[in-house]
Design a protein around this ligand. Structure first.
Ligand code: SAH
Length: 219
């Protein structure tokens, strides 16, 4: 994969417009918008996508996977309500764009990818070197990261057929999980809050379309 490493005036201008369009679509958490304003999305894609990287659309990143649509990233991040210093587990590293959004919001990010090729690609991505608070893992997100649990926040960026029990178990008391749930082409965005008494509060939001959360890892 060939990456562009320069953030030109043109890219900065297009990025500003993208952030404004996301704001108009209803995202009003300034911390999310500010984080995304500072991230050159075109760095995360092959340079063939340089001219379109700031369209509010998903794009292919190889292995049949996609970088999420910016509006979707903003929507999930807003629901996650992450605070500085919190431990956040992300399932589905993909391009690492979402992980960087969380790092820009000063979270300690643990992110898991099941596809070895995508995981390896991020090891070769120089821009990520400036984010020591992102820890990358190759593994099956359904297992979570028991060694590092519990987490303040858990974000799933692939469509889950159901809410994974093992991940709920790795959520702190008072912690929140944002997860698109549904096995077809459409998922409902849900936010699960683990209450102090151990019970779960579930909220349902808009419909989205994610690539599926799959079992096991792929070499
Ligand atoms: N957060 C990513 C979105 C990538 S799309 C970004 O910002 O670019 C979803 C990703 O989830 C894909 O890379 C896919 O391989 C990965 N994935 C699917 N099931 C998974 C699982 N069980 N564990 C870890 N990653 C998974």
């Amino acid at each position: 994969m060939k990456r562009t490493v320069e953030d030109s005036y043109k890219h900065k201008g297009l990025r500003k417009k993208l952030i404004e369009s996301i704001r108009e679509k209803g995202i009003n958490d300034e911390r999310v918008l500010e984080a995304m304003s500072g991230i050159p999305r075109h760095f995360f894609l092959d340079s063939a996508f340089d001219d379109v990287a700031y369209q509010d659309r998903p794009f292919p990143i190889g292995e049949g996977q996609t970088i999420s649509q910016p509006y979707t990233v903003a929507y999930q991040t807003e629901l996650l309500d992450v605070q500085p210093g919190q431990k956040v587990l992300e399932i589905g590293t993909g391009s690492a764009y979402q992980a960087v959004v969380l790092a820009m919001m000063r979270a300690n990010v643990y992110t898991i990818e099941r596809q070895k090729k995508l995981y390896d690609e991020n090891k070769l991505f120089p821009y990520l070197k400036q984010f020591p608070f992102i820890k990358f893992f190759y593994g099956d997100g359904y297992q979570g990261l028991p060694t590092y649990a519990p987490f303040d926040r858990i974000l799933i960026t692939a469509g889950a057929p159901e809410i994974p029990e093992k991940l709920i178990a790795q959520l702190k008391s008072g912690g929140k999980m944002v997860i698109p749930v549904g096995s077809g082409n459409v998922q409902q965005m849900k936010r699960i809050t683990k209450m102090e008494d151990g019970s779960m509060q579930e909220e349902t939001f808009a419909n989205f379309s994610f690539v599926p959360m799959l079992q096991g890892k792929k070499s």
